[in-house]
Design a protein around this ligand. Sequence first.
Ligand SMILES: Nc1ncnc2c1ncn2[C@@H]1O[C@H](COP(=O)(O)OP(=O)(O)O)[C@@H](O)[C@H]1O
Ligand code: SF4
Ligand SMILES: [Mg+2]
Length: 335
Amino acid sequence: MMAERPALVVRNLEVSFLTVDGEVQAVRDVSFEVGRGEIVGLVGESGSGKSATALAIMGLLPVVSSRVRGSAMVSGVDMLALSPRQLARVRGRDMGMIFQEPMSALDPLFRIGDQIAETVRAHQRVSRRAAAARAVEILGEVGIPDAASRSRAYPHQLSGGMRQRVMIAMALVSEPAVLIADEPTTALDVTVQAQILGLLRRLSRDHGTAVVLITHDLGVVAETCSRIHVMYSGEIVEACGVDEALLAPEHPYTSALIQCIPRAGRHRQPLHSIPRRRGSSPDVRPSGCRFLPRCAHAAEICKAPQPLLDLGDRAVRCVRHDQLALPGAVERVPQ
Ligand SMILES: Nc1ncnc2c1ncn2[C@@H]1O[C@H](COP(=O)(O)OP(=O)(O)O)[C@@H](O)[C@H]1O
Ligand code: SF4
Ligand SMILES: [Mg+2]
């Protein structure tokens, strides 16, 4: 039997921005794939190129000030090769995206039910009445209580958690093959965060949606994803199963991120507690390993460019990975 084709296949993605100081590379050589019904995490601190990756795949980067190379196949079609017009048709139908701040995607002047119904009618030939009914149905599915009357609410009348549910409903109403969620729970408190992550898991499982979950928080990944890609300074530095990453990280940056996961009886360590040597900034990229200025294990050999090493079931961008015994999580973070 032929193996099922992954819903999303990203290959050699490169993104750069044209700024007054010249071309700035934000994403380099990023490749990953996501299967039907799978949730894959893209993790890294602020500025590591996660959003640029997502926006490039969605075709949402400004055409004049950015440059994108590589391919992003969704159901066999390369999103990066489409014209803006073709992309507009595909976006929302074949792939959806949700953001940290739902208000950026919702129109404050329109009732949420009408906004969802409009999305339905943009991609399907259905009557107004059928679209409105579909809006109420999906609002119920994402856990909005009393969906029929809530569908008449305006965005500002809902809590942050409810607004995030509305955005998920809007992204999923056309049953896209791929959903990209960029820090979807960062603005929410932990209880609501857990509910939203549970909702994403259930929707992905029930509808077979391939989800890319972008976060700076490895705890979120531990709760939600099967596989993980750790990004640092625009590059993937480690790619593997979530359990492997948490219990036995091979890259010093992954290990450092794990030490930032909050645990019972311990306060969350801020990400910046990973040491950054004076004068080093993520924008100043060393020609060798990009993590070198912050790495506790750096050696002379690290000054050479670091390829992503294929170790079979995982990949790591560190020449010293097999000489290091890096600490992981003490125990599996509970699901
Ligand atoms: N519109 C832009 N113009 C210039 N540089 C940008 C732009 N957007 C992002 N960048 C730069 O690209 C890099 C990656 O940014 P981003 O993808 O937003 O990171 P993340 O989402 O991981 O926090 C950063 O160095 C950021 O400063
Ligand atoms: S290549 Fe060297 S500097 Fe880079 S992460 Fe590995 S040990 Fe650290
Ligand atoms: Mg971002």
